[in-house]
Design a binder for this molecule. Structure first.
Ligand code: NAD
Ligand code: AKB
Length: 322
């Protein structure tokens, strides 16, 4: 039997991953924690607790008390927000990872850890098209540096102490349940809310900024497939490249226009443009695909159709008539 701890369960990924894991492993066995209030469906469907991941003593007590066997560590400061509070972001991203890795090293019950990396590990000197699993990595954002250092530490804890920590370099994730948490790819979520509410959106990236993206169901599927993989099949102990689709704001807007013909997009690039310019445009994820047979299911057209449909439903439920 697995007892699973999710740290950062109120966030964009956690708020969906928690529900999928509860369906799979049983509602009572998946503990959702965060420092902010958890969404109602998570509070009502299983155990929840306020837990600050920077409190290492509380973390270890929690893990021992609940006989935790798997930890999903999702708390972080994302790329855009991290540039505003560089040292604080570095401390949060790194100290939280050390607290989890140390807990997994010290508590025998903990068998597996998931910690997400990002396409932010790559930098301006990385080949941008079909970015390989192993290549030049010179990130120049606080977030990217913390993710690259995190990857090195994950691999170190595996080789030195046998901590079975697994990781994916997520591209920008698109979802309708919870708003995105302060990253550079957030435009690809915000755009839907503005398109449906106001039929216009001012984008903080230039029209031709191509970035790798993925629809949340594919990300959750990739994550759980990786966590269920037999340890002997793991060929990468830093973090796996995974990709789904890749598009520019202009291409996304054109696809939205097929559903909302009056939609207009304008562009006002801000500091996040430089971050986006340093990231890959497309990702070579052949290593991950060969490893566990995982494959993505959603392309741009399908993702846009579902996003519009689901956000409209959400507005209707909240009695906001768009
Ligand atoms: P998010 O910002 O939406 O959620 C993070 C959650 O962590 C928030 O609910 C926040 O309250 C919580 N948190 C922050 N500090 C905490 C603390 N001290 N203790 C406990 N919880 C705390 O982020 P997300 O988009 O869900 O991302 C989750 C992970 O995936 C992060 O590591 C992020 O870097 C990574 N990632 C996300 C994306 C994406 O597009 N969403 C892409 C690549 C990588
Ligand atoms: C961000 O934009 O910071 C995240 C990421 C790609 O890591 N969405």
């Amino acid at each position: 039997m697995e007892n699973i701890l999710i740290i950062g369960a109120a966030g964009q990924i956690g708020s969906e991953l928690t529900l999928t894991l509860r369906e799979k492993y049983g509602k009572e066995n998946v503990f959702a924690t965060d420092i902010k209030e958890l969404p109602r469906d998570i509070r009502e469907s299983g155990p929840t607790e306020m837990l600050d991941i920077l409190d290492d003593k509380r973390l270890i007590h929690f893990v021992i008390r609940h006989k935790i066997t798997q930890i999903y560590h999702l708390a972080a400061v994302l790329s855009g927000n991290a540039e505003k509070i560089p040292l604080q972001a570095w401390r949060i991203n790194m100290d939280s990872l050390f607290n989890v890795l140390e807990t997994a090293r010290l508590v025998e019950d903990v068998k597996r850890v998931f910690w997400p990396s990002s396409i932010a590990v790559f930098g301006a000197t990385t080949p941008k098209v079909n970015t390989p699993q192993m290549t030049i990595m010179e990130p120049n954002t606080v977030y990217g540096i913390s993710k690259q250092a995190g990857e090195r530490w994950c691999e170190y804890y595996f080789r030195k102490f046998g901590v079975d920590v697994r990781s994916i370099r997520y591209p920008g994730l698109i979802s309708y349940k919870t708003e995105a948490g302060g990253g550079t790819t957030d435009y690809a979520v915000e755009i839907f809310y503005e398109a449906i509410k106001n039929e216009r959106y001012e984008c903080f990236l230039k029209p031709d900024t191509r970035l790798p993206m993925m629809f949340m169901p594919d990300a959750i599927d990739a994550t759980i497939s990786l966590m269920e993989l037999d340890a002997s099949k793991m060929s990468i102990r830093s973090s796996y490249n995974v990709g789904g689709m890749s598009f520019t704001p202009e291409e996304l807007a054109a696809e939205i226009k097929k559903h909302i013909p009056s939609f207009e997009i304008t562009y006002k690039p801000d500091f996040r443009q430089a971050i986006a310019d340093s990231w890959p445009q497309t990702i070579d994820d052949s290593v991950a695909r060969a490893n566990d047979g995982w494959t993505h299911k959603y392309d741009l057209a399908k993702m846009v159709e579902i996003m519009i449909q689901e956000i409209r439903k959400k507005f209707k439920k909240d009695n906001v008539g768009y």
